[in-house]
Design a protein around this ligand. Sequence first.
Ligand code: SAH
Length: 217
Amino acid sequence: MSLRTADAGQAVRARARMVERLRTQGIRDERVLAAMQAVPRHQFVDEGLAFSAYDDTPLPIGFQQTISQPFVVARMIELVRAGRELGRTLEVGAGCGYQAAVLSQLASEVYAVERIRPLLDRARSNLRPLRLPNVRLKLADGSLGLPEAAPFDTIIVAAAAIGLPPALKAQLAPGGRLIVPVGAAEQRLLVVERQGNIFRESWCEAVRFVPLLAGTE
Ligand code: SAH
């Protein structure tokens, strides 16, 4: 029997083990850990992969894209949160919708954009049963941000950019924070913090993401 059809208790215990592992890996933000405990990750992957849903590994979600490993999801949110409320949040690269669901536990509003239409449809059907009223999904090229909903207190990019996309920097609210993996073969997480009109950049750990691509399909 897959986790998807298993009793909820089994999935809750698998998530509790995942959260304990995240703690030993160094995730300290209790709000992030609680959000990771709350979201049923197994409901975002194919039924055949549900048993691996709580392992610390990326998983295929179709269309040559992957759902990031739990540690990377938790670490990026911890870094971009830095103890603040996330507020109005833009996620670029909604994929299967998992990270949007985690963000929904911490943000006032989540705008999650995805450039591949069938993936966006999948995210929509994954998120529907969770009834998260503060998540909005949109088909868009997120390297241009989402001008109609800007500015954002938080921007989190789930695909690797060659450099900091200027539109995202421009759509960051004063006091806001942005995180984006930057690089080609080798990538590092870049955190940008806006204070007034000053942008402070800091580089964090090495990561591996699918590329941020232009246009929609
Ligand atoms: N956060 C996702 C996984 C992201 S995988 C989850 O929780 O499942 C990266 C995603 O970014 C892919 O789905 C890819 O199609 C998308 N992507 C890449 N470039 C993009 C762009 N310019 N705008 C929006 N989405 C983009």
